[in-house]
Ligand binder design. Sequence first.
Ligand SMILES: Nc1nc2c(c(=O)[nH]1)N[C@H]1C(S)=C(S)[C@@H](COP(=O)(O)OP(=O)(O)OC[C@H]3O[C@@H](n4cnc5c(=O)[nH]c(N)nc54)[C@H](O)[C@@H]3O)O[C@H]1N2
Ligand SMILES: Nc1nc2c(c(=O)[nH]1)N[C@H]1C(S)=C(S)[C@@H](COP(=O)(O)OP(=O)(O)OC[C@H]3O[C@@H](n4cnc5c(=O)[nH]c(N)nc54)[C@H](O)[C@@H]3O)O[C@H]1N2
Ligand SMILES: [Mo]
Length: 760
Amino acid sequence: MSRKAPADDFDPADDTAGVGVSKPKAWAAGVPGVTAALRQSYGQMGVRRTALTLLRVNQKQGFDCPGCAWPEDDHRHLAEFCENGAKAVAEEATTRRVTREFFARHSVADLAVRSDHWLGQQGRLTEPMILRAGSGHYEPVSWDEAFGLLASELNALDSPDEAVFYTSGRTSNEAAFAYQLFARAFGTNNLPDCSNMCHESSGSALVETIGIGKGSVLLEDLYQADLIFVVGQNPGTNHPRMLSALERAKRAGARIVAVNPLPEAGLMRFKNPQRASGVTGRGTGLADRFLQIRLNGDLALFQALNRLLLESDAPDALDRGFLDAHAHGFEAFRDHVLGLDWDTVLEATGLGRDEITATFGDVLAARRIVVCWAMGLTQHRNSVPTIREVVNFLLLRGNIGRPGAGVCPVRGHSNVQGDRTMGIYEKPAPAFLDALAREFSFEPPREHGLDTVEAIRAMRDGRARVFLGMGGNFVRATPDSAVTEAALRRCRLTAQVSTKLNRSHTVTGAQALILPTLGRTERDVQESGPQLVSVEDSMGMVHGSRGRLAPAAGHLLSEVAIVCRLARATLAGGEFGWEAMERDYDVIRDRISRVVPGFADYNVRVRRPGGFTLPHAPRDERRFPTATGKANLTVNALEVLRVPEGRLLLQTVRSHDQYNTTIYGLDDRYRGIRAGRRVIFVNPLDLAALGVADGAVVDLVSEWEDGVERRAPSFRVVSYPTARGCAAAYFPETNVLVPLDSTADVSNTPTSKSIVIRLE
Ligand SMILES: Nc1nc2c(c(=O)[nH]1)N[C@H]1C(S)=C(S)[C@@H](COP(=O)(O)OP(=O)(O)OC[C@H]3O[C@@H](n4cnc5c(=O)[nH]c(N)nc54)[C@H](O)[C@@H]3O)O[C@H]1N2
Ligand SMILES: Nc1nc2c(c(=O)[nH]1)N[C@H]1C(S)=C(S)[C@@H](COP(=O)(O)OP(=O)(O)OC[C@H]3O[C@@H](n4cnc5c(=O)[nH]c(N)nc54)[C@H](O)[C@@H]3O)O[C@H]1N2
Ligand SMILES: [Mo]
C-alpha cells in the first residue's frame, strides 16, 4: 500500500488514525438530537441568545430556517426546529467574528491549507475585504471601492459572457430576482447555481414529463397517502422535520418503503423529540420495508414495478381512465417495459426477486402513492431517465394530480426552489424573458448561459474571467477540485458574497473580494424601515422571513443592497430603479408580481400568516403543460453500471455534522463515527474479497474514461452494512475524485453518487 502525504485540506483534529468507530445507530432524533443541538448552540452563541434565536425559527412571525427546504406544518410547535436546523442557525448566529486583524494575521496561503471545519469555526465576516493583485493578504476596502473594482473589471471584459454569476440556494426571492435582473441587464445568462449540482435532474425529468419542474405534493398529501417511497434520501440527517411528517403519515395509515444502499438510522426508527413518547419510548418504526438497493439500481427497480403493473390482471392495476384522458406515449412505453429482462433487474438492483414482488404487493394495495427522493436519485449518469421512470410508475396508477399522491423531490437549500422561480437559471424560458423585458424596458440576452460545470470549463479555458458568487462555496462544492481550483485561479477577479469564511475565499483569481452580508436570522433595515424577505419551500409554499438578531457587524449590507449598489456602479442608465428597490423590498415584490406567474398581490399575500401556495397545473387541475399537452410516459433504456473487478462504486454523502461544505463537527453520530471524516464505508464481504482489513488506511483512487488518476489520500476503512459493491465517503473531501466531465445526461449534474474507485 502506497502512502501519500496528507492532502492540503487536512484538519489537524481529523487524524485518520484517531477516528472512533462504533456500531451504527438504529434510530434517529430524540433526546440525543436535541442535546447535541443545544450544546453546539451554546458553544456558538451562549445560553440567552440560543433561547431567543431558536424560538423564532419557522414561527409565523419569525425567520425561515436556513437549514433545509422542508415545509412548515400549519400547526407549528413552539420549537419548530430540529437538531440540524439548530446547528445551521447557530453557525450563522455565532458570536465569533472574523476581523481585519484576523486577515492581517493569516495570509491567504495560510488560510488555503486550513480545513473547511477550521475556516467555518472562525466566525462571521465583518467588513468588505480585498486581495489586491500580487498581495498575500486580504485588507479592508470600502464598499464603494469594492463595487468600483467589480464594475470596472466587468466592464473591461470583451463580452458580458465572460462573467459568471453563481448563486447558492439561501438567497431570498427578493435578492435572487434583483441579481438575475442585474446579470441580464449586464448582458448574460451565465447564472449557474447549486441546483445544477443538486436537483437539476429532477427539474429536467419533471418538465419533460409533467410540464413543471417542481414536486406535486403538499404536506396534507403525505398525510393522506397509502404508500410513501423514500428513495435515495437520508432525512434523519438532511431533512429531520420530514421524519415528523412521515411519522404522522404512518399514524394515519401509510406504509413506508425505504430504498437505499445504506440502512440510514432516520429511516429505520424515529423518536420524535416534540412528543413525550419520543423522549422515553421506543419511537416509531418508520420504514415498513427496506430495499437495500445497489447504487444506481433505481431505474431497474421502478421499471420492474412498472412491468409487474402492466402484466397484472388485477382489475385496477392501471388507471385506464387517467391514462386515456391525460397520458401520452403509452404504447411505446408498454412495448419497451414488457421487454425488460429480470436478470438485468436483479443484477442492477442487487435485490431478490421476492423483495420486488413483495413491494409490488404494497403498490397494488395502495390507492394513493407518493414517491419522495433526493440526491440518491439525482447525481448519477442516468438520473434523468431514472426520475422519468418514477414518473411512469406514478402515472400508471393515476398518482399525479389527486390528493394523497404525487412526486416529491425533496429540495436541499432553504430557497433553492424559489431562486429558480425568480429566474436564477442559465436557460431561462422565453416567456420569462419577455415579461422581464416588458417590465424593465430592456432587451435581455436570449442565448443560454453556462451551468456550473460549463462555467468551470469556461474559466479553465480562459473564456470566463470574472466570477461572482452570491453565497455558497463554489470551489468546494464543485467536482474535480484540482481542476476547479486551477480554473478559479485563472480569473482576473473572484468575488464572494458570504456570511462565513470558506475555501472559496482562499482559492482566488488575480484579485479577490469578500463581500460580507446579513444572514437570515438578522434584522434587515433599509431607508424605508425594517424589511421582510421571502422564500419558497420544497412544496411551492411562499412565505415571509424576518430576522430579529442585531447584524453581526455594522458594515454588513443585505444581499439586495449589494446587488443594487453593484448594478448602479456597473450599468450606465436603464429604467431599473435600483435605488427604489434597495430602499423598500416591497418595490421588488411589486415588480416580481408583474413578471413571475403566481405572484399576483405578492405584498399582501406574503404577509398572511403561513404565506401562500404557488399554482401547480398537474397538482391543481390535472393539466400537464408539456410539449404534447399531456403527461408523457417515456421510454428509458436500462443499462447496468458494471464495475470492473477489484473496484467499488463510491457515493459521496453528507455526515450528520455538516451542511454541504460547512463542517459543524467531526462526528457522524448515526453512522457510529466520532472525531474524523476521512472514512470510507465498505461492505465486509467486499473487504474480504479485496483483502483489505477493517481499520486499514487507504488512498481512494478514481478511475474514469479520461485515464486521469484522481486521488484522495488517507481514508480509514470502516466495515459497514452498505449494499455489496457500494462504498460511501463524505464530500467535500472526495470531490477531488469526481471527474468534471462525468455528468448526468441532459441535466449535466456531476455524478457524485457513482464514481468507480479502487483502494490503494
Ligand atoms: N444537516 C444537513 N441538512 C441538509 C444538508 C446538509 O448538508 N446537512 N444539505 C442540504 C442539501 S443542499 C441537500 S441537496 C439535501 C441532501 O439530502 P440527501 O439527498 O439526503 O443527502 P445525501 O447525504 O447526499 O444522501 C443521499 C442518500 O441517498 C442514498 N443513495 C445514494 N445513491 C443512491 C442510489 O443510487 N439509489 C438509492 N436508492 N439511494 C442512494 C445515500 O445512501 C443517502 O442516504 O439536504 C439538505 N439538508
Ligand atoms: N461530491 C459531492 N458534491 C456535492 C454534493 C454531493 O452530494 N456530493 N452535493 C451538491 C449539492 S446538492 C449542493 S446544493 C452543492 C452546495 O453548494 P453551495 O451552495 O455552493 O455550498 P454550501 O456549502 O451550501 O455554501 C456554504 C457557504 O454559503 C455561505 N452562506 C451561508 N448562508 C448565507 C447567506 O445567507 N447568504 C450568503 N450570501 N452566503 C451564505 C457561507 O459563506 C458558507 O460558507 O454542493 C454540491 N456538491
Ligand atoms: Mo443540494
